[in-house]
Design a binder for this molecule. Structure first.
Ligand SMILES: CC(C)(COP(=O)(O)OP(=O)(O)OC[C@H]1O[C@@H](n2cnc3c(N)ncnc32)[C@H](O)[C@@H]1OP(=O)(O)O)[C@@H](O)C(=O)NCCC(=O)NCCS
Length: 229
């Protein structure tokens, strides 16, 4: 689904989420910057390089449509911990991917999004590595499933991607408490209001999106044909 001219304009707290399958994206690097081409060349596995090129090209196309500037003119910068952004922050955006899919969240301001497939390893030690002490005590008493681990993990990672620090911040140092409900839910983290919502995801996977503020409205634009955008 494309954003139509009849769609209401995006207001503060509204996040548009575009999802695409890598198999539908073309691996064309003509729109990429030298830095992006260089980054692609550093992947060890050719499939990872191809996915990066195709995904970044698609992200450029979506953002350029959004801003009305040619994709090749788009300067995508990186924050101190690597969060991609735009000079002057005309919009906020964030990306997450699995092996098969890439998701792009676009908002008026900062946004964080995370999609994770089911864990291959035992979720209990994984949960312990990311849970604040209170989260661990409660979950340990109630039982830790793969879904419970993924709910906490994607909720925390979307918040850390919103903040822009990613895993430079130890996930155990933030406590989400009730913020891992299916939402939308709102609470204060590090003195700032944050809204968080679980997103529909492929079987076994879990995804969350996070924004600053007390209001969060999601619009999903699913699996469109990317070449016509
Ligand atoms: C961001 C991070 C959590 C990604 O986790 P992941 O589950 O492996 O990957 P996801 O698919 O969910 O997200 C990857 C995307 O997040 C975005 N991203 C990268 N760094 C980010 C950050 N600090 N904050 C928010 N988003 C970030 C990028 O768009 C990236 O996709 P791209 O490389 O194709 O552009 C992890 O890489 C991280 O913590 N990075 C920051 C710390 C770091 O290592 N910095 C070193 C560079 S200075």
């Amino acid at each position: 689904m494309q954003i139509q001219s009849s769609d209401p304009p995006r207001s503060t707290g509204c996040v548009d989420i575009f999802r695409a399958r890598f198999e539908e994206l073309s691996d064309d690097c003509s729109l990429l910057s030298e830095a992006e081409i260089e980054r692609a060349s550093r992947f060890v596995r050719p499939t990872d390089a191809a996915r990066y090129r195709a995904g970044r090209t698609w992200v450029r196309r979506k953002i350029s449509t959004e801003l009305g500037v040619p994709s090749s003119d788009l300067a995508i910068t990186a924050g101190p911990h690597g969060k991609p952004g735009l000079p002057g922050d005309p919009i906020g955006f964030n990306v997450t991917h699995s092996d098969e899919e890439i998701w792009l969240a676009i908002s008026a301001g900062p946004v964080g999004i995370d999609l994770e497939p089911p864990p291959r390893d035992d979720p209990v030690p994984l949960f312990r590595q990311i849970a604040a002490p209170g989260e661990w005590r409660q979950a340990h008493a109630e039982g830790i499933t793969a879904e419970r681990f993924l709910l906490l993990w994607t909720a925390k990672e979307s918040v850390l991607k919103l903040l822009g620090t990613g895993l430079m911040t130890d996930p155990r140092t933030i406590s989400l408490g009730s913020l891992t409900a299916t939402g939308p839910v709102t609470g204060k983290i590090a003195g700032r209001w944050i809204s968080l919502q679980r997103l529909p995801a492929p079987a076994g996977a879990v995804a969350h999106v996070a924004t600053f503020g007390k209001r969060l409205e999601i619009r999903l634009y699913d699996y469109e044909c990317p070449e016509i955008s």
